[in-house]
Design a protein around this ligand. Structure first.
Ligand code: ZN
Length: 263
């Protein structure tokens, strides 16, 4: 699933088209388009120049010179294809030759073609959407900003996925962050003291930097061990798979412990 890393890589690719003018818009799947409150859909950007590209958590926003904003939500499998090349590569979703079948919308500009390609169709492009309520970005989350966890009784894992607490994390990255510092994903967030929260913020930034460097949220060190029967690469203990708030957490019962025993 596209997370912060894929959104960031997509934003960098789209920035090459800043200054381009949109010549035409083609909607291939009406479900992809979310019109604004005035009923304006993607066609509103025809004739506009692209003036900015910003990543917000796991989404990307493109602004136009008349202030129209397009927010791309990647859903389960969405990706931007620019001049026939996927911004995030083809590792996750299948072969190149099926690619255009999954195109949901296309924008032709005077400097290149953009397609929103989404095999599973959970993604969308929103026109002039309401502002997102997001916490601090995961790439820059500081120890001080983790104070949002103080007093929270929910387990730490779902709070890492709560975009209003910290923006950009998905399931794979959250498991990787907790595994690296040896913190049990069931640990109530409010039990983390200042030192533990500092370690959590450090691990979050480190994992984000590593995944950006490697080029995908599926390229962490724990991801290859998510299948049943896998052993922890740190201590060869069988990894556990738990459902926490509806998401699968993969974790090590040997070295992922309470907040007081953080490594
Ligand atoms: Zn372990």
């Amino acid at each position: 699933m596209p997370e912060l890393v894929e959104a960031e890589i997509t934003a960098r690719a789209l920035r090459r088209l800043i200054g381009a003018r949109v010549r035409s818009v083609e909607i291939l799947d009406p479900r992809v388009e979310r019109s604004d409150e005035l009923g304006r859909g993607l066609a509103a950007v025809v004739g506009q120049r692209l003036t900015g590209v910003h990543r917000l958590g796991k989404s990307v926003e493109v602004t136009c010179d008349d202030a129209t904003v397009l927010r791309v939500r990647f859903g389960m499998s969405g990706r931007m294809v620019i001049d026939g090349r996927s911004a995030i590569g083809d590792l996750l979703y299948g072969p190149d030759d099926a690619r255009t079948i999954w195109d949901r919308a296309r924008l032709d500009t005077d400097r290149g073609a953009i397609a929103f390609n989404d095999p599973r169709r959970f993604g969308a492009i929103e026109v002039n959407p309401a502002p997102l309520v997001l916490g601090p970005d995961a790439t820059t989350w500081t120890a001080g900003q983790t104070r949002a966890l103080v007093g929270r009784r929910r387990p730490i894992k779902p709070l890492l996925l709560d975009q209003s607490v910290v923006a950009g994390l998905g399931n794979l990255a959250a498991d990787e962050i907790l595994w690296r510092i040896g913190l049990d994903p069931h640990q109530p967030a409010g039990d983390l003291g200042e030192r533990a929260r500092g370690r959590l913020a450090d691990s979050t930034r480190e994992v984000m930097a590593m995944l950006l460097e490697r080029g995908g949220s599926h390229l962490g060190d724990l991801v290859g061990f998510r299948h049943s029967g896998a052993l922890c690469p740190v201590d060869d203990t069988p990894l556990e798979r738990s459902r926490i708030s509806g998401r699968t957490a993969v974790w090590c019962p040997a070295h992922q412990r309470g907040a007081g025993e953080l490594q």
